[in-house]
Design a binder for this molecule. Structure first.
Ligand code: CO8
Length: 257
């Protein structure tokens, strides 16, 4: 792969976008490489993923403007579909994904972190949806996910004004869960991933599915989704182990898949 790397540390998989000449912007090749990596992740060996950008300046500075400039309507739709399919895959991937936003997260870069489960960022992070200033709408789900995460009022303000916001503001409006000094960001992401990996993997997976699927439907249906996934846990060895450990006052829990 030219622009994306994948490494495993313990039970955590770390995906890094590395396209320094373009501040890690997403061209078709980056999107394809990310997709390819997801295909090859062994979900029985890792329990959480971290997605980050290489360097100390940029997470992802958007979709590649150079590539998009000459798009026809059809090419725009094809590129949009490629990104949307990938982001949907990330959103529904059977492992929690932490976006460690290490700098610019603009346009498609902001949308990329929105498709992850959890966002934390460095102090120099900058978020924004500059598309309206480029004559387009967000095209990788930004109008939908941003509104769901920070609420329609704030999302509309960010998208209509195309104004970038800094880490502090992103934290205040709930776009990120925490801000860390650049040097500590990846370490903190790894600590969080370990905290997730210490828990029962099928239960965590079911939690992700319950939250995501439940947000698509009304409350009555959402609760039914949770009921089903809750019930499914009682068929797992992890449920016996987790509850057994509590009752036996054992700290160590030996969760399997
Ligand atoms: N695409 C391509 N190249 C980029 C991008 C990008 N999004 N961002 C930066 N680069 C390149 C620059 O062109 C420059 O290249 P070169 O050295 O060859 O001139 C290099 O990266 C470094 O960038 P700068 O010199 O501009 O660095 P600065 O520190 O001065 O500025 C900024 C950093 C503020 C991040 C600035 O680069 C910038 O504004 N970038 C563009 C940000 C942006 O508008 N992103 C949104 C793009 S649109 C989008 O993402 C739509 C998503 C949905 C697509 C759906 C399709 C259907």
């Amino acid at each position: 792969m030219e622009f994306v790397t994948y490494e495993v540390e313990g039970l955590t998989g770390i995906i890094t976008i590395n396209r320094p000449n373009a501040l890690n912007a997403l061209n078709s090749q980056v999107l394809e490489e990310l997709d390819e990596i997801l295909t090859h992740i062994d979900t029985s060996l890792v329990r959480a993923l971290i997605l980050t950008g290489d360097g100390e300046k940029s997470f992802v500075a958007g979709a590649d403007i150079g590539e998009m400039k000459t798009f026809t309507k059809k090419e725009g739709e094809t590129f949009g579909k490629k990104g949307n399919d990938l982001f949907h895959r990330l959103e529904t991937f059977p492992l929690p994904i932490i976006a460690a936003v290490n700098g610019f997260a603009l346009g498609g870069g902001c949308e990329l972190c929105l498709s992850c489960d959890i966002r934390i960022c460095s102090e120099n992070a900058v978020f924004g949806q500059p598309e309206a200033g480029l004559g387009i709408t967000p095209g990788f789900g930004g109008t939908q996910r941003l509104a769901r995460i920070i609420g329609p009022g704030m999302a509309k303000q960010m998208i209509y004004t195309a104004r970038n916001i800094k880490a502090e503001e992103a934290y205040r409006i709930g776009l990120v869960n925490a801000i860390y000094p650049q040097k500590e960001l990846l370490l903190e992401a790894k600590k969080m991933a370990k905290g997730i990996a210490d828990n029962a993997p099928i239960a965590v997976r079911n939690c992700k599915k319950a939250i995501n699927d439940g947000l698509q439907v009304d409350m009555d249906q959402a609760v039914m989704i949770e009921e089903k996934l809750f019930g499914d846990c009682f068929e797992t060895q992890d449920q016996k182990e987790g509850m057994g450990a509590f009752l036996e006052k054992r700290k160590e829990r030996n969760f399997i898949m």
